[in-house]
Design a protein around this ligand. Structure first.
Ligand code: 6R9
Length: 651
């Protein structure tokens, strides 16, 4: 990516908003002026306008215990009430909340009234199982309406959910259950993916049987979806429908303090163990709602919104569940993959529901580009009026394709930079205000203060680059790493003191717009998902035949980066199989250990790894090899010959 930055900064195409768009836009330029005049006053106003408070707050921000922020902390609210009941009470009960589209084509529609009724029942189910405010619920589900219902029911009773992406392995699920000490797991028998049912409940069983069986989990609640055979542990496992039938339909939502925890979401860091990012309620919901409304120009009474993210990722939390529902939006929730049963599936869904706002990732756009414009060309996409992008930088070529082919040459694209840790969008255009530049995320949102600094923390100016930092606390910021305050301090705050270190490189162009340049640490970005080199290396080394492993993210046309591993086999196992067999076995091993998203695209069996004199593996050089580039500075290596040997093996 950084090699292309000079080209990128010469990107001259500009897309100013049309007069018609600006005239009807929700977010106007005054938002910037208001937030600059009085930043905290601005967030105070947003929190009051966008949310219902059971008990109004009088304090906006308490930063006295930095870096642990408290926002609106003497106020009380109920997140589920904000996403459900109030819409019904204010006369929006008949509006569709969710068009649930199953991969096989089955459809389930929930109005706000119906969704509220479902969530009330499930909240009562949780209470009947002894799950109370503050207890943790692990969620391991397909992208079906019940996943959203489960998250809201958890929020409603003040429990804390931790959603684990359905593609993660039993081991990954177990380590998250253990770390969060979850009392309950909510899952499904299976879900639909690529035309087949993939099992989920069996993975939950395997996770709970691991480590001798004992765990914090007392019950497993199972939605029937895949109709696949599942084993049953009497006393522990309960069918969702049976449980719902046995409880009261009414549940009155109580207010919880604004700093009450809402969820923990695990994300990859620079070391092997995933970090449990903790988010709370008042500030988080304020920023999720504010950004969803203004960045996507939401007109809740007429738009149909679709975010293609899975609830296993932060985008699914903030922009499938909390932002859209707090704003009373109508949205599509789609279970399956883009290509099942045919490669035009997404465009068919847009035509079917007249989707007007689409939020997706560059990796998806690039894979559609490869298939050609004829496929979307067969569908009526004229309902689209705003497009969003998230997860990694969107290259100008993909931007233009998205704009022309999906957006009919007129829909603005908002490229949104943010992280699991930031909770909500931090850098993005306002579609009615900003003149768009393909490839640049452009400007901090109103009320957020971002800088690009050098290694010493000195803020940079136009035409220069460095590290991205967030200079002032923001409402949706993480409230720590679950159970690990030291790691929280070290990862984000030790580098620059009072400024949050995001781990991304960035640059200002001559107008002062921000261009993201990718991670500066050992975190890869594969199809917009964060993976840690250390985590995959430790999975590889965990295999009996492996002596040493090094993992790098190599540039990939479609997925942004691809996982490439270099592995030294144990002498005692070198002759057990051919290198091809070892490579195939290890790719599968990583997939079994972590999940299919972490499966290396290539595993090279090598005899040595390039190391510095102090014994550190030089991943930068391996990346050069993997990307077929000329090898960079090797002067700190113990043995420079090793690289030519590796190169010869690879090419
Ligand atoms: C929301 C999400 C965060 C990392 C982040 C950065 C990359 C996300 C981006 C982007 C350039 C964008 N990233 N959005 N880079 N432009 N619009 O993706 O959260 O999974 O925690 O990943 O993704 O590197 O640091 P998360």
């Amino acid at each position: 990516m950084s090699n292309n930055i000079d080209n990128l900064l010469h990107e001259e195409r500009r897309f100013p908003p049309s007069a018609e768009f600006t005239a009807q836009a929700v977010g106007q330029a005054s938002l910037y002026a208001d937030s600059k005049k009085d930043r905290l006053g601005f967030w105070d106003k947003q929190a009051k306008e966008l949310l219902h408070w059971h008990k109004p707050f009088t304090r906006v921000l308490d930063w006295s215990d930095a870096p642990l922020a408290k926002w609106f902390d003497d106020g009380e609210l109920n997140v589920a009430y904000n996403c459900l009941d109030r819409h019904v009470l204010e006369g929006r009960g008949d509006r569709v909340a969710i068009y649930g589209e199953g991969e096989p084509g089955d459809q389930r529609v929930y109005t706000y009234s119906e969704l509220t009724a479902e969530v009330k029942r499930v909240a009562n189910v949780f209470l009947s199982l002894g799950v109370n405010a503050g207890d943790r619920i692990a969620i391991y589900m397909p992208m079906i309406p019940e996943a959203v219902i489960t998250m809201l029911a958890s929020a409603r009773i003040g429990a804390v959910h931790t959603v684990v992406f359905g593609g993660f392995s039993a081991d990954s699920l177990r380590s998250r259950i253990d770390d969060a000490e979850a009392k309950l797991v909510v899952t499904a028998d299976g879900g639909w993916r690529k035309g087949k049912v993939f099992p989920l409940k069996p993975t939950v069983d395997a996770a709970l049987e691991a480590n001798g069986g004992g765990s914090s989990v007392t019950n497993v609640l199972v939605v029937k979806r895949g109709e696949n055979e599942v084993a049953w542990t009497e006393g522990r496992d309960i069918w969702w429908d049976d449980a719902k039938a046995g409880v009261d339909a009414e549940h009155v939502a109580q207010g919880f303090p604004a700093e009450h925890p809402l969820f923990i979401l695990y994300t990859s860091g620079t070391t092997g163990k995933p970090k449990g990012i903790l988010h709370t309620t008042g500030g988080y919901l304020t920023q999720a709602a504010f950004t969803h409304k203004n960045i996507f120009d939401l007109h809740a009474d007429s738009d149909v919104y679709w975010c293609t993210a899975d609830v296993g990722w932060i985008t699914g939390h903030s922009y499938v569940v909390y932002g859209p529902l707090a704003n009373g939006a109508t949205q599509v929730v789609y279970e399956g993959t883009p290509d099942a049963p045919h490669p035009g599936r997404w465009w068919e869904i847009i035509e079917k529901y007249k989707v007007s706002i689409l939020y997706t990732a560059p990796t998806a756009i690039r894979s559609f580009m490869k298939l050609g414009r004829e496929i979307p060309g067969k569908f009526d996409l004229s309902s689209i009026r705003v497009l969003g992008s998230v997860g990694e930088p969107i290259n100008p070529e993909a931007w233009i394709w998205y704009h022309d082919i999906i957006g009919g040459g007129k829909a603005p694209i908002v490229d949104t930079w943010w992280q699991t840790e930031t909770g909500g969008i931090m850098i993005a255009a306002l579609p009615g205000v900003t003149t768009l530049k393909p490839g640049s995320a452009q400007v901090p949102i109103p009320g957020v203060v971002i800088d690009i600094v050098d290694e010493q923390g000195v803020p940079q100016d136009k035409n220069s680059g460095g590290l991205l930092v967030i200079s002032e606390p923001w409402p949706a910021m993480l409230r720590g790493i679950w159970g690990d305050p030291v790691r929280f301090q070290e990862t984000y705050w030790d580098k620059f003191g009072d400024k949050y270190f995001a781990g991304d490189g960035a640059r200002y162009d001559r107008d002062g717009d921000i261009w993201l340049l990718g991670r500066v640490d050992d975190v890869m970005n594969v199809s917009g998902h964060r993976l840690s080199t250390a985590e995959i290396e430790s999975a590889l080394v965990g295999n009996n035949i492996v002596a040493e492993a090094a993992v790098v993210g190599a540039a990939d046309e479609t997925t942004g980066q691809a996982v490439v591993a270099f592995v030294i086999l144990k002498k005692s196992h070198v002759n057990d199989q051919t290198p091809e067999e070892a490579s195939a076995l290890l790719r599968k091993h990583v997939s079994d250990q972590i999940g299919a998203i972490a499966r290396p695209s290539k595993v090279y069996i090598v005899e040595e790894l390039p190391k510095t004199r102090s014994g550190k593996i030089m991943r930068r050089l391996l990346q050069d090899v993997a990307e077929g580039r000329e090898i960079g500075d090797t002067t700190t290596l113990t043995d420079t010959g090793v690289l030519s040997i590796i190169s010869a093996q690879v090419h």
